[in-house]
Design a protein around this ligand. Sequence first.
Ligand code: PHE
Length: 504
Amino acid sequence: QPLILSLLATSSDGTIPDTRKIEYNGVDLFTSDEQAVVRAALDSLASKEMVSYTQITSTAFVLTPEGLEIAEKGSHEYRLWKALPPKGGEPIGVPELKKLLGDETAKIGQMRAFKNKWISKEGAGFVRAVDAPQDETAEQLREVRSTEGHSGGDAVLKELQKRKLVQPRKNIHYSVAKGPQFALEVKTLETDLTEEMIASLQGAWKDAAFKQYNFAAAGQPTEGGALHPLLKVREEMRQIFFDMGFTEMPTNRFVESAFWNFDAMFVPQQHPARELQDTFYVKDPVRAKIPDEEYYERVRDIHESGGYGSIGYRAPFSREESEKLLLRTHTTAISTDMLYKIANQPGGFKPAKMFSIDRVFRNEATDATHLAEFHQVEGVVADYDITLGNLIAFMEEFFGRTGNTKLRFKPAYNPYTEPSMEVFSWHEGLGKWIEIANSGIFRPEMLEPMGLPKGVRVLGWGMSLERPTMIKYKISDIRTLVGHKTDLDSVKKRAAVRLEKGDD
Ligand code: PHE
């Protein structure tokens, strides 16, 4: 800072036109690379209005590694010429030159030196043809190295750039002028009006010079909560469901009975998904209550012996199995309970569109794309005479609003839906179809024991919340999104999402 101030004071017009030319004892102090240092000093002086400055951008040329080598050792042809004896000496052949200079220099050098007539052939080798060749390329490069330009102008630089010996670089430097508070001495300014200044008998506050507020300074990051990316995406999806006229189901029940999670959905008691390796069972309390004994009887009958036109599973059905408590493996357990409730509500069944987004648990090994707990997004529609066409239309509308406009459906199997479909979406960024959801029309074996009227059909679809969130935020390992490896700072900094903009 004192150097800048004294230069300004002694210069004839009170300016420093180019901060790369600040010299001390005949040396330039700050190269193009070091202008950030100058900038910091200028900012500090400018904040006290002692100087004002403007930024100047220019293009400079710097040498590439190959250019540097030539500047230092001479061009390939020069090095080759140098390795040869004068006329009349013992000629040197190509194999020997390769050994001396390396393959590349020997090859290119020999070609160009010969073309320049710097060397001549003598038997099986070469000797020098001139006494002191002019190594123009090396000289040009040396000039670029010391001046970042060339007195020969753009044509020379363009040619050197084409040969990949120099490359352009943006340079930033500054031009400085005196400010209204210019002085040779940098005063330390007061940053606070203190109690001592006010109390001082000399009235220190009157003479104190105060530092200006910098209203452009970036604020301190605020301490406080931030929404997790999953919650941001959940909120977007909730709004889409609300906009489509769906109501939210109460999902505040992580512990569920096997009855609601499996039996009532017509999942056979022998189904492999019920095994301990796939489902977390709860030890305490041991048993769940069965909600409605008559309904329970009907569910048992449909499993054991069939009904409503179905032959059932004709396999043993145990109450002990139904009363097991578990961490729900899908939110469809809640949808099932809700369907039972609307079938039995006062005034009878009324058509309904319902959704839920909440946590589910599966006893799975964790890896980059699987956790033992994740969230499900589920939509369920119950109405008279709705069809597979309605299911497809609902999903096209819902997924369309989340930015998934190209969908494909593939027949699939669920114990509780028939037909069932897997849903694939075209991912523009990945350039492939990715599976995003599972869906289907709930089976009569599930719906009729509940007491839903005969013509009522229920369709539904379910997906994870993690998958679209990971795609949206370009997260490749789910363990960095949820769990103890999550980086809280990145949670705070992640931007909000707008799903309808699509996935790429
Ligand atoms: N429960 C299904 C799952 O866990 C999703 C689903 C919901 C399928 C509704 C069909 C109907 O994948």
